[in-house]
Design a protein around this ligand. Structure first.
Ligand code: SF4
Ligand code: SF4
Length: 358
């Protein structure tokens, strides 16, 4: 199926430099050696692109928008070059009955990856989210039947999302709570980092299978370590130097944000390593704590977002482990994270010819 029929204004136009750069970053993000870049690039150039059907349910479309966000057009273009996007409600030109017909045809052909964005309401027979007269749960089950694998993009489709926050009035759940007979991988985040989605696709293309996951179904290469373990403010935590309130001298000096609500000690994600956009920032680097958006139920377990986590041992607060203990515990994972971050820096320099980027 020609995706040009469906997409409006988002051509897959990756430059060669952008293509190599994105492949190199994805290779490093997956924790693979740089020698694998050529294999990943080879898989990415395979003309037999996997067909993708992308469904939207209860969500804000932030996952799609962050993926297409203008500061990393090469990623958006590369993803659109890697896959044959047969159906995507935000991007396709078709609407109404024509769109429905396209979806039915794509499903009938089978053998596609199903990407799901948004939670699925189950309460009252699923009436709280309907498209073309069908409930989200009906549409999901129908599209899952002939899918070879499912990627749940964003915390909503992975675990229910914000609409599942107590008291969860619509009974929202994630894909894995409904579909039990297909390989499913969760790429959570609110929104998830586009690099993690791209790397998941590239892993599938390179190795013809989904990457290994943790107990929450997240790819280990992206969600295998805690934010706290490779945060640049970690030395301040270990030394007991904290921001007490936003704007104070500690905030200006870049101290640890734990006391103003950072959930990094309880959150698994590679945000400090892979960072966001092409300006190399992430929330903590610009002065706001992590909200824990990659964790199941973060809307309930991590809120209030600017209150400190209970029961975390803080150096200098009487219930602490020593900085040495923290340092020892973190040493292995921090070294691994530094190696990946260094690999990403090297990958970017190799791809751009820059001597200073990192
Ligand atoms: S609590 Fe947050 S800001 Fe402080 S070191 Fe951990 S992740 Fe970084
Ligand atoms: S820093 Fe925390 S809240 Fe921010 S994107 Fe990463 S996991 Fe989500």
């Amino acid at each position: 199926m020609d995706r040009g029929i469906f997409l409006g204004g988002i051509p897959g136009t990756t430059s060669r430099r952008g293509f190599l750069r994105a492949c190199a970053i994805a290779t490093a993000a997956m924790g693979l050696p740089m020698e694998m870049v050529s294999k990943v690039a080879e898989a990415a150039k395979d003309p037999e692109r996997p067909r993708v059907i992308w469904l939207h349910f209860q969500e804000c479309t932030g996952c799609t928008m962050s993926l297409l966000e203008a500061s990393h057009p090469d990623i958006a273009s590369l993803i659109l070059d890697l896959i044959s996007l047969d159906y995507q409600e935000t991007l396709m030109v078709a609407a109404g009955e024509q769109a429905e017909e396209n979806l039915h045809k794509a499903i009938e052909e089978g053998n596609y990856i199903l990407v799901v964005e948004g939670g699925i309401p189950l309460k009252d027979d699923g009436v709280y989210c309907k498209v073309a007269g069908k409930t989200a749960v009906e549409s999901l089950k129908k599209a899952a039947e002939k899918a070879v694998a499912i990627i749940a993009i964003g915390t909503c489709s992975a675990y229910g999302g914000i609409q599942a926050a107590k008291p969860n009035p619509t009974g929202a759940v994630g894909v894995q709570d409904i579909i039990k007979d297909k390989p499913i991988i969760n790429v959570p985040g609110c929104p998830p980092n586009p690099h993690n989605f791209l790397s998941t696709i590239l892993y599938y293309l390179t190795f013809k299978k989904l990457p290994p996951t943790d107990r929450w179904g997240r790819p280990l290469f992206a969600y295998g370590r805690k934010i706290h373990d490779h945060c640049e403010r970690r030395p301040h935590f270990d030394e007991g130097r904290f921001v007490e309130q936003f704007g104070d001298i500690g905030h200006q000096l870049g101290y640890c944000l734990y006391k103003v609500g950072c959930k990094g000690p309880e959150t698994y994600s590679n945000c400090p390593v892979i960072r966001f956009n092409d300006v190399e920032v992430w929330p903590v680097s610009v002065g706001n704590g992590c909200y824990g958006c990659t964790e199941p139920n973060f809307w309930d377990t991590m809120a209030p977002f600017h209150d400190r986590l209970p029961n975390i041992k803080i150096p200098g607060a009487g219930i602490q482990a020593s900085a040495t203990e923290f340092g020892k515990a973190a040493l292995g994972v921090t070294a691994a994270a530094i190696a990946i971050h260094a690999g990403i820096g090297v990958a970017k320099r190799l791809a751009t010819g820059s001597k200073s980027e990192e």
